[in-house]
Write a protein that binds this ligand. Structure first.
Ligand code: SF4
Ligand code: SF4
Length: 200
């Protein structure tokens, strides 16, 4: 019984001498190649040249610090739970007395790793984070030769104190308005500006 009309009759006509030499097919292929020679190349010579990425491009993650330079991440694990690729692992530790300037919360991530070969850059970790600690950025992951080099630890993920990474473009108006509520002090500084956090 025929269910659809999609079936095609396969031609079994005898090939000509020319067709047996595959010359028409080869010439056709070469014509296509030649037609592309003078076209503008859509590829770029990365890493010598880099493409300008959108500000909301989902690239390499950053673990943000607060306005005083302390790490925001409290090792709650929500990003790891939200990650569909199971790319995030971490080990938590208790903050000791005198480490208040290093870690904002009483618990922090002693180890925090993202396997960039597993990551699909979906951004769900960013959405899940209640501390605005992790963001995706417009940076791209470096090329490497060894698989283990793609496991990024805190040394590559935590932003440098003297080189803060601007993630303001990734934050919607609704989020920035939300953060103006007194008491919610996450990510209060960016682009050298301070949020207006006057008490109402
Ligand atoms: S961007 Fe997506 S896949 Fe990558 S670590 Fe975050 S949640 Fe996992
Ligand atoms: S990055 Fe955010 S969600 Fe992930 S462990 Fe740290 S505080 Fe929790």
């Amino acid at each position: 019984m025929q269910l659809t009309n999609r079936s095609k009759v396969v031609s079994d006509k005898v090939q000509t001498g020319m067709e047996k030499m595959y010359l028409p097919a080869i010439l056709k292929g070469m014509m296509i190649t030649a037609s592309h020679i003078f076209k503008r190349r859509p590829t770029i010579k990365y890493p010598e040249h880099t493409r300008k990425m959108s500000a909301v491009y989902r690239g390499l993650h950053v673990l943000k610090r607060d306005e005083k330079g302390a790490e925001r991440c409290t090792a709650c694990g929500l990003c790891a739970v939200a990650c569909p690729a199971e790319a995030i692992t971490m080990e938590s530790a208790e903050r000791k007395k005198g480490e208040e300037s290093l870690y904002r919360e009483e618990k922090y991530a002693r180890v925090y790793e993202i396997n960039m070969l597993r990551c699909i850059f979906c951004g769900l970790c960013e959405e899940a984070c209640p501390k605005e600690a992790i963001f995706l950025t417009d940076r791209i992951v470096d090329t490497e030769y060894e698989r283990e080099d793609f496991i990024y630890g805190k040394d590559k993920l935590v932003e440098k104190i003297d080189k803060p990474i601007d993630v303001s473009k990734r934050q919607t108006l609704a989020v920035t308005e939300f953060k103006k509520i007194p008491g919610l002090k996450h990510n209060a500084v960016w682009e050298g500006n301070r949020l207006d956090r006057k008490s109402n």
